[in-house]
Design a protein around this ligand. Structure first.
Ligand SMILES: C[S@@+](CC[C@H](N)C(=O)[O-])C[C@H]1O[C@@H](n2cnc3c(N)ncnc32)[C@H](O)[C@@H]1O
Length: 284
């Protein structure tokens, strides 16, 4: 699987290991390192990490930044000498993309697959810690139950999940159009399972014309709760739902919520947003 979606290098390139001239002046894309710095400050977090014991098998469900392995090693550095192994699962062929971008390959195992279908690669309970860092903002909301169920399957009872997500309620400003208006105005039926504009409109010329007017706009789903941001320059979608819905899905997947915290921020498109950080434990 060496083919690359045409926008993959642009998408991953925003997560450069260090500042580059090309990214100067743009708000920085938050990485797992930012989330872990936030998690580390939460009261009760150090004790939770102690409970992971002298070894920690970590699974990153969705991984873009090349700095993630080092960030996890630092996060889990107590007790000193803890053996940390990191496995990264992503739809993208990350080592090939890193090579093309001229970045060093970080010390982790890469598995290119759908993070909803991990049973083909790993036995149940293969990991002590699963991390979903804004994965749910990159996947259509209908995929969330399976992504959380796969996380639960990969953990034994007591295993931990670190989940970061931007929810829909804090997005501002939100130049939104309802999905029905989108379909009527542009002659393109809206499909909530689409990951990008190319899935709705395969013709590149029509798509470019549409994107010129729609980039950085939000389409609101039929229930008025699901918000999909159309991003420039390739028409990738980012997905947002109310945090209450994600918390209900966590419980349904077999997780007990231990800690949660909200941080106000702004994303690299200039949208003000609320980022939630949740620590959950596998139960049952
Ligand atoms: C927002 S990015 C994660 C960025 C993260 N904060 C970091 O620092 O690396 C989400 C990643 O999830 C991947 N992804 C989305 N849906 C997926 C799925 N079903 N299976 C595996 N990877 C998926 C995307 O390709 C992308 O690399």
């Amino acid at each position: 699987m060496t083919d690359l979606p045409h926008d993959a290098e642009h998408f991953v390139g925003r997560y450069a290991p260090r500042a580059t001239p090309a990214l100067a002046g743009r708000p920085r894309v938050p990485t797992l390192a930012d989330s872990l710095a936030h998690f580390r400050r939460l009261p009760g977090m150090p004790a939770m990490l102690e409970g992971l014991g002298p070894g920690c098998r970590c699974l990153l469900q969705g991984c873009t930044a090349p700095t993630n392995a080092a960030a996890l090693q630092r996060f889990l550095d107590r007790p000193q000498g803890r053996q940390v192994t990191v496995t990264a699962v992503d739809l993208l062929d990350l080592p090939t993309i890193y090579e093309r971008l001229g970045w060093p390959i970080p010390p982790m195992r890469f598995v290119r697959t759908d993070a909803r279908a991990l049973g083909a690669h790993f036995a149940p309970g293969s990991f002590d810690l699963v991390v979903q860092d804004f994965l749910l903002n990159c996947a259509p909301p209908a995929e969330a139950p399976a992504l959380l169920a796969a996380a639960r399957q990969m953990l034994g009872p007591g295993g931990l999940l670190l989940l970061s997500i931007t929810d829909s309620t804090g997005l501002h400003p939100l130049p939104a159009i309802p999905a029905a208006t989108f379909a009527a105005r542009h002659g393109v039926p809206w499909r909530p399972e689409a990951r990008d504009l190319a899935a709705l409109l395969p013709d590149p010329e029509r798509r470019a014309a549409l994107l010129a007017g729609l980039a950085e706009r939000v389409v609101l789903g039929a229930d008025g709760e699901e918000a999909t941001l159309i991003t420039a320059p390739h028409g990738r979608f980012e997905f947002f739902v109310p945090i209450a819905r994600t918390l209900a899905l966590l419980a349904a997947a077999g997780f007990e919520l231990l800690l949660r915290d909200r941080e106000q921020g702004s994303d690299d498109h200039g949208l003000e947003c609320s980022r939630w950080r949740c620590l959950a434990r596998a139960v049952g």
